[in-house]
Ligand binder design. Structure first.
Ligand SMILES: Cc1cc2nc3c(=O)[nH]c(=O)nc-3n(C[C@H](O)[C@H](O)[C@H](O)COP(=O)(O)OP(=O)(O)OC[C@H]3O[C@@H](n4cnc5c(N)ncnc54)[C@H](O)[C@@H]3O)c2cc1C
Ligand SMILES: NC(=O)C1=CN([C@@H]2O[C@H](COP(=O)(O)OP(=O)(O)OC[C@H]3O[C@@H](n4cnc5c(N)ncnc54)[C@H](OP(=O)(O)O)[C@@H]3O)[C@@H](O)[C@H]2O)C=CC1
Length: 484
């Protein structure tokens, strides 16, 4: 069995579908084949611009037979690539000859401590969340559970810790505040206060805002405030998990606030000696003391491992984080093979305000870029990297609040030489500007995302903001009029 195509894309996630869609636009008469192991594919819908380069969108899951696209699809698993002769073999034995190949095989949960010899029974009590199957497994385990441990401080942990019902939750984080991959301690506190004061059913009708405070903080103050134990508190929420009933075995209980264990990690764990199948956990706190607790199972929300479990005739260059290295045209080191989305690692020299984070937004941008880049190679044209790689931008929701993250939003790689300008109105908005040499380098906008486009412009243009002082966030001054 064999077939031919000009372009072969592997993976039916956002990256793969975006790549196939841009190829279909750029090379409408070429043969394009999307190979994916699952009959469910993901695509971007309801694309709404938030600013010039920032978009909000929904991710839709569709059966592969329902997509009306200008490319062909085939459900099977990639097993082997012969890069020299430009063909692949699938698990079912189909050989596909290609002109150009793009790998968009995503990632899988990077479970903490998995695969330890002699700990198979314990490791079976550690689960990760990636797809509908893993959520079903979570549901099934929850049904019997009274206590669950969530490990990690990123997107998934933040969503789950406040969504599970009818179960005691231990949330174990390495940091001194929650949701550290997305926000700073100030925003974490904003969320916590809001979570305490605004009940879920009131979220569309929040308390009238109180006074607005604007504060400028230097790096040295940031460090000391992070070390302040009294600020170590919590909160979080929404979206995919709302489609599932995530209820634990404590049938008469609703949502139980999680118990957050700050600045600690799991030192060891073993099966509980009572023989009922739960785990006994030993936590080690940063100050050296240990704490013991029990749980039915662990949700390891500890990041993503790029997935490339197929064989090749020649090796890919693989980065330290396990991703396939790509250049700014999304090309790998093997001829005519590209990669995009969670499976790849950007190894080009990035623009000053861009960095890689494994998110839908970047899967879409990289997939489209790979499509355009392959099309240009096919047509013998020269193109340049898309402008979206000039500025990191992410639009999401946390605790029911719209959130926009721009540039170096938590001072990533800015060393110790930066200032924060924060405007906060309780239960309404939290706006943080990260400034270096009076230039805007990054921003977090929570609750009020109107400033997104102005922030984009200020970051990209590098305008000296010294003349405006703290007025730049004065709620009585319309800075959009100043700079747009
Ligand atoms: C629970 C959860 C919630 C998230 N929420 C958000 C969010 O709110 N916002 C956000 O920006 N990001 C979010 N993310 C991250 C986002 O899902 C990923 O960054 C994005 O899906 C990556 O897209 P991708 O196309 O690279 O990979 P994937 O979506 O993982 O798609 C990879 C595809 O390749 C297929 N595949 C893999 N190997 C093979 C093979 N050998 N042969 C054939 N097919 C193969 C897989 O079946 C899959 O269809 C979330 C992630 C998780 C797990
Ligand atoms: N709203 C959104 O945009 C959402 C996005 N996502 C995305 O989905 C993907 C998967 O989410 P998630 O699994 O939460 O991954 P994330 O990368 O968001 O977070 C992983 C967290 O786990 C911590 N961690 C890593 N290893 C350990 C360990 N051994 N012990 C304790 N903590 C550890 C990390 O800390 P450190 O960083 O210090 O290593 C980090 O806080 C990510 O790409 C995420 O961005 C998921 C849900 C929602």
């Amino acid at each position: 069995m064999s077939r031919d195509c000009d372009f072969l894309i592997v993976g039916g996630g956002i990256a793969g579908v975006s790549c196939a869609e841009s190829l279909a636009i750029c090379c409408p008469s070429a043969s394009i084949l999307l190979l994916t192991e699952s009959s469910v594919v993901k695509s971007v819908t309801n694309l709404v611009p938030i600013a010039r380069y920032l978009h909000k969108f929904d991710v839709q899951e569709q059966n592969i037979s329902d997509i009306r696209a200008q490319f062909e699809t085939h459900v099977d698993q990639l097993e082997y690539i012969n890069s020299k002769e430009h063909w692949v073999r699938t698990k079912k034995g189909l050989v596909i000859k290609y002109g150009y190949l793009c790998l968009c095989t995503g990632g899988s949960p990077k479970l903490f401590n998995s695969g330890r010899a002699g700990k198979e029974q314990e490791d079976a009590c550690v689960i990760g969340i990636r797809d509908t199957d893993s959520v079903r497994e979570l549901q099934q385990r929850l049904g019997q559970a009274k206590e669950v441990l969530i490990l990690g401080n990123g997107g998934i942990a933040s969503e789950l810790a406040y969504e599970l019902k009818g179960v005691e939750i231990h949330w174990v984080v390495k940091d001194s505040h929650i949701s550290a991959t997305f926000v700073d301690p100030g925003a974490a506190e904003f969320f916590e206060v809001s979570r305490r004061e605004v009940k879920d059913d009131e979220e569309d009708d929040k308390e009238p805002p109180t006074e607005t405070a604007v504060k400028r903080i230097r790096y040295s103050e940031i460090v000391s405030s992070e070390n302040d134990e009294s600020k170590q508190k919590a909160a979080l929420g929404p979206d995919w998990h709302r489609s599932y009933n995530l209820r634990g075995g404590l049938v008469n209980q609703g949502r139980i606030p999680p118990r957050i264990h700050y600045k600690c990690h799991i030192d060891d764990y073993c099966m509980h000696p009572d023989g009922k199948g739960g785990l006994q956990i030993k936590l080690r706190h940063e100050d050296g003391h240990f704490e013991e607790l029990n749980c039915d199972f662990i949700v390891s929300a500890t990041g993503v491992q790029p997935r490339h479990d197929f064989e090749t005739d020649h090796s890919f260059n693989i980065s330290q984080d396990g991703g396939i290295c790509v250049n700014e045209m999304m090309q790998t080191n093997l001829p005519d093979i590209y990669a995009a989305g969670d499976v790849c690692t950007a190894t080009w020299s990035p623009a000053p305000h861009w960095f890689q984070m494994r998110l839908w937004t970047q899967a879409r941008q990289m997939g489209s870029m790979a499509g355009r880049s392959m099309a240009a190679a096919f047509e013998g044209e020269t193109i340049y990297q898309d402008f979206c790689f000039e500025l990191f931008g992410h639009v999401t929701q946390l605790f029911g609040y719209p959130v926009v993250l721009l540039g170096r939003f938590i001072g990533q790689d800015l060393g110790q030489d930066y200032e924060l300008l924060v405007r906060c109105t309780r239960n309404k908005e939290y706006i943080k500007f990260v400034l270096q040499n009076n230039r805007l380098r990054g921003a977090i906008l929570v609750g009020n995302t109107e400033l997104a486009e102005t922030c984009e412009n200020l970051i990209l243009n590098g305008i000296d903001l010294e003349p405006y002082g703290d007025d730049i966030l004065n709620p009585d001054i319309d800075i959009e009029d100043y700079f747009d």
